[in-house]
Design a protein around this ligand. Sequence first.
Ligand code: GLN
Ligand code: ZN
Length: 764
Amino acid sequence: MVASSVLGFPRIGANREVKKAVEAYWAGKISANELTQAAADVKKSNWTTVKSKGVDFVPSGEFSLYDHVLDHSAAFNVIPKRYVGLGLSPLDVYFAMGRGRQADGVDVPASEMKKWFDSNYHYVVPEFSEETDFKLNFNKAVEEYKEAKALGIETRPVVLGPVSFLVLGKPTKDAKLGFQSVSLLPKILPVYKQLLADLKAAGAEWVQVDEPILVLDKAATLEKEFTLAYSELAPVAPKILLTTYFGRLDTNLKYVAKLPIAGLHIDLDRAPGQLDEVLAAIKITNIVLSLGLVSGRNIWKTDIQAALKLAQKAVEALGQDRVIIATSSSLLHTPVTLESEKKLTPEQKDWFSFALEKAAEVSTIAKAISGSQDAEVAKALEANKVSIEKRREFERTSDDSIRKRVAGIKPEDLDRKSPFAVRQEIQKKHLSLPKFPTTTIGSFPQTKEIRQARAKFTKGEITEKEYEDFLKKEIEEVVRFQERIGLDLLVHGEPERNDMVQYFGENLNGFVFTQNGWVQSYGSRYVRPPIIVSDVSRPRPITVKWSAYAQSVTKKPMKGMLTGPVTILNWSFPRADVSRELQSKQLALALRDEVIDLEKAGIHAIQVDEPAIREGLPLRRADWDNYLTWAVDSFKLATAGVTDALQTHSHFCYSDFDDIFPSIQRLDADVISIEASKSDMKLLNTFKHYGYSNQIGPGVYDIHSPRVPSEQEIKERLESMLSILPSALLFVNPDCGLKTRGWKETEASLTNLVAAARWARQAH
Ligand code: GLN
Ligand code: ZN
């Protein structure tokens, strides 16, 4: 028999119960016990529903109140000193590490978060040093395994593997120079042994050990570590299923196939091409192969017939008992269930599978490949065939005019008419900005009033006219504010946007939206990504009316504000039937029209935000060039349709782009603004090194906290920037949008910013 398995399930609850409970606990509204109970309810519901879909290996231990890597750090006593001795309960230490804590005389910042591989999930980065003293504070895997068992459900516990855990971490501040966290492996293995031996004693037959770093280039140098780890762990552990996901094993397969493991999981959604190699490598071993055929990363129904072909190949090579049908990764990245969607049309609903529906898919595939004669299985197979065929039919009805337009993109469409040096002179006359021009990144505080007005409009409690009048009033106030403070290049403040991606999705053809399709971004922050379902186009101008209105109430130049094609794509669920490149180009053409219309409406500067360009980078270096080529081309396509007089801006929320600098340069934006990182001098040196000649606005203060920077501080920052870059290159701006800030600190901070810029004009 071929078994079925799910690698992990969303831990937010079908109706965001975990968010509600966690936030209520933070607000002091419920007790720790009530929080534990709310979590237990969600876990129980996960286990029973996954089981009810006929899945053989139901995961446990992957539930989390905040983040699964943080759980692991807390369990292994990887707790940075700053959180120790504060008189907090273990649960509060855990949350303090995740989100910081500022209460009752305790004031500690949160730990750093990083993106979980190429997903939009963020994990809390563990901190290690030579002194890290691993011990098992609690055995979450065993506890949850038993919790499920008490409910009568046998599960396969999930544990983050030792090599990935160490490699995903970073050195503490006082670690020795050159310290590599993976050097702690011999120290951490005894604790892993204890954890795994306890699991075995508790009755677990299998354990899922996640080693996702095996799909990264850097794992090529970790053969020794993996060999050491698994030869120590295997003898004491339950049967180990080593899981890899989000990419291909590539050359790492050579040593992985030799590890003393009982099972190996590979991602055949992301990397179907690796199946033959893997089969050849493990054929002569006893390793069970878990086939990640049902995507854990997207929301499209699995083409079961196609999956069966791959599964058949594996069964032929290994026999039924050595094959498991699985989700490609944890289902953490997908919404819980399609059942709660009431607004999608039946046709649309039939295209998708969320986590629960995916659990049913793995079970159907496993049963079908095992030769089940069950009528239910036959029915499910037939239904899937019909759904897939209908979706294919829909896909064939592409929008020819858009397809033709993409096919007709010419190299010259990507380039501005003149080089930057020429444009700069023309723009100077048009915008008449002073030296050290001051500007902001786009959004101003999204106040309760704004959110309420939007909610009322969505519910139909106020008319469109009333809503628009409200927005105009907001915009005018924001313009007057900027004039009063003395900013040079103004913005309209983005009050009309619920979100920088959703807003554009809602105003373009080709997207659908869910009501309840939440996925965890980090901690208690969940997002509801739009879904791209068909060719993307712009039915009508989107932002022109707002920017034009803003320009009409001031003599100062107004900067238009758009989200870039790559960011819209990366923060949505993309289509699976056409390439991301095609979707990105379609978005770019829609935005190109918007940019041209903005210019026609009298706007002379337009910012196209691309904070997600970097996070879209493929996991393997070998794939970078291809991605960067179409990503940068998309940005250029969106922005190059204007006259030389139009000043294009772009914004990135980060500043670590040493390794992709030539691509940043190739964007050829007239001005780019970047994050105010502490290491920005290193970055500015990169600009210098490459002879970057377009303009740059390195954020002069951090907007992620309410702290107001002093005028002196900003001056000092400008001074150090000027020690590296010529003054003609600099814009003066905060490091990101102000939507999450309050008005009070915004006013104080921007006042200091303007004063510092005025001082710089005198001094330099
Ligand atoms: N223009 C956007 C804003 O100011 C940019 C935000 C971002 O890049 N994350 O909110
Ligand atoms: Zn930003």
